[in-house]
Design a protein around this ligand. Sequence first.
Ligand code: HEC
Length: 250
Amino acid sequence: MVASSFRSQQATGTKQRFEKHGIGVAALFFAAITITPGANSHDVTTKVTWNREISRIVYARCASCHRPGASAFSLVTYSEANPWGRAILDSVLRRTMPPWGAVKGFGSFRNEQALMQEEITLIENWVNGGLPEGNPNDLPPRPIIPPPPEKLSRSGEIVVSGEYQFERPFTLDGFVPASRLPSASSRIVLEFPDRTVVPLVWLQDYSNDIAHPFLLRKPLAVPAGAIVRGLASGTALALIPVQKNGSKNP
Ligand code: HEC
């Protein structure tokens, strides 16, 4: 409120000053319009543009949540994304976006949605190169949001907390954090009877706002006697077996 009335006072002051010098407001406007594009392109030091590369990355990797009516603020247009440029770069460099809730590289999952290094580099060049919008003809159609994943079949699941020892063989297909998790991270492993240790998942900053399953890249044959270790107190995990009825989880 204060800022805008200050600005309008300034504008009035400017107008009066120019009119005193015999320059009309229309002329002032015209001058501003012709100068602006030159001033902008001066700051641009990259060929990467929103319309060509960045919109495509955002549509594919971010728009499922960052669009009108979804869980986070919209990033689907240039004018929406531009003010977030620096924050977008920070979040993809720190790999907090897209949110996954687990440490990357600990366990291997078929539904993981990480950005590829080339995508991160494009975002970096775009933000550091002045966030150019680019040629409107390059802009792809508005994002097609993939349908939400089919409901997970969880029959035969075992919910574990603390340490858990399997009593019978189990073909593990994935798991879902089953309770509101404490902020403590959980580095969860499976210890086989021969003492071999296999990483399952390292939960970190997993929140129910982004609740999703972790589906193993390959099912894991777990023998009787194997032990799940590493769940922080208060953390429960539903272990999901490969589904018998042939309905494969996505
Ligand atoms: C699974 C949903 C989801 C996806 C996919 C996603 N985000 Fe987010 N993002 C969120 C939520 C939820 C927030 C918090 C929103 C809020 O506070 O209003 C957030 C916050 C942010 C923020 C704010 C700063 C911060 O770190 O809190 C930025 C920037 C951001 N996201 C960028 C991105 C980018 C870029 C992508 C794609 C590469 C992306 N997000 C993908 C859900 C998502």
